[in-house]
Write a protein that binds this ligand. Sequence first.
Ligand code: URP
Ligand code: ZN
Ligand code: ZN
Length: 465
Amino acid sequence: MSTKPSTQPLLIRNADIVTADSRYRADIYAEGETITRIGQQLEVPVGAEIIDATGRLVFPGFIDPHVHLYLPFMATFAKDTHETGSIAALVGGTTTYLEMCCPSRLDDALEGYELWKSKAAGASACDYSFHMSVTRFEKHTEAQLREIVRDGIASFKIFLAYKDFFGVDDGEMYQTLRLAKQLGVITTAHCENAELVGRLQANLVAEGKTGPEWHEPSRPESVEAEGTHRFATFLENTGAAGYVVHLSCAGALQAAIAAKQRGTRLWVESVLPHFLLDKTYAERPGVEGRKHVMSPPLRDRRNQRVLWDALAAGLIDTVGTDHCPFDTAQKELGESAFTQIPNGIPGIEERVNLLYTYGVKRGTLDLHRFVDVASTRAAKLFGLFPRKGTIAVGSDADLVVYDPSYRGTVSAKTQHTNCDYSGFEGFALEGRPAVVTVRGRVQVRDGVFVGERGRGRLLRREAGY
Ligand code: URP
Ligand code: ZN
Ligand code: ZN
């Protein structure tokens, strides 16, 4: 591990700088954690670390708007710590993540918030913040949420799914959105109809349909479309701003687009698995299928084209991962019934490279949209811009010097996330970060973490959406 001081100045020479709306060649100089100069032929100050970016692209640090690291869920815990998850994130070019802080309905919200903060503090190697889940709404909830927002949190999270565990009813959704509107925070939502999911699951299991291939039929597209439409209707009638997480299919997208067209303040996230994997992965026999169980489920393949087109057209605003690592032993908890399979697929390490390879390199995604959906838009929505999400004087020196000539393959054997499989095993990669910096400090070189553990800081919101 490197022992260089974190304040060492950094000069990136010959950078082909790509942001969400510009591309130009310049040198970038960072001192004391922020970018202090961008220009031609900058002089080299004494003691500066110099990186030659010739032949590379230089992007703002990427932001994953949806991850789970500490997560008690479905009778077990997600496998990553903030240490392992942040190193995986950084190796893949993600310099900031937003973790879902998810106390259950039985837990106290404020205690949960403190617990989630304690798991990240001193452990994460990159910067982070939280979406604060509201999993029940009682008398004291409003005061607690006000306190959490005062602490700098910019977004709430609600689940319309996972009845009795994380899920809220319509009354609780209404109260959450009313408060969010007052506080000027955005509410993110998992949109599936919990009642229908429960009924369909019970019917399938009663018919002896217990394998992972029945997970998707238990949460069909119409169930997600209904959740998305209902969330949008509540936004419309409260005036609150909302963000649909992990939108997976055409029906839900249509509901979101219709709401946007009516003027609802609604943004849409889709996540990596839904762009690249389809339901046949979950139909594989045994644990191979269980590895690919997440919610909303992997869908019929026809939805992938719909999502890529919507991303290119600006109808999907961000691409996250919903990184949620449960290993194969944990997936076996669902051996006797798909309803017991811990839901989730890891992806924090692969997001940027797979999006670059299958979006930009395949000609589906413009390079600037790529930066926007993987970094800038999330920074703007969640109160981090322009500190994060761009390359500008005054911004944090979170930089990804990207090597577009790299060729590789995704493999669980070489990944840094604490999981014994990859949902994207064998996928080709055409590009990866050569250097990744966090606030001016080199954290990664050529796929190797070389930086400072625990460097990450909790980011507090700077501006509203
Ligand atoms: O399957 C998933 N998505 N697991 C994580 C929890 C959630 O719904 O985001
Ligand atoms: Zn979810
Ligand atoms: Zn999630």
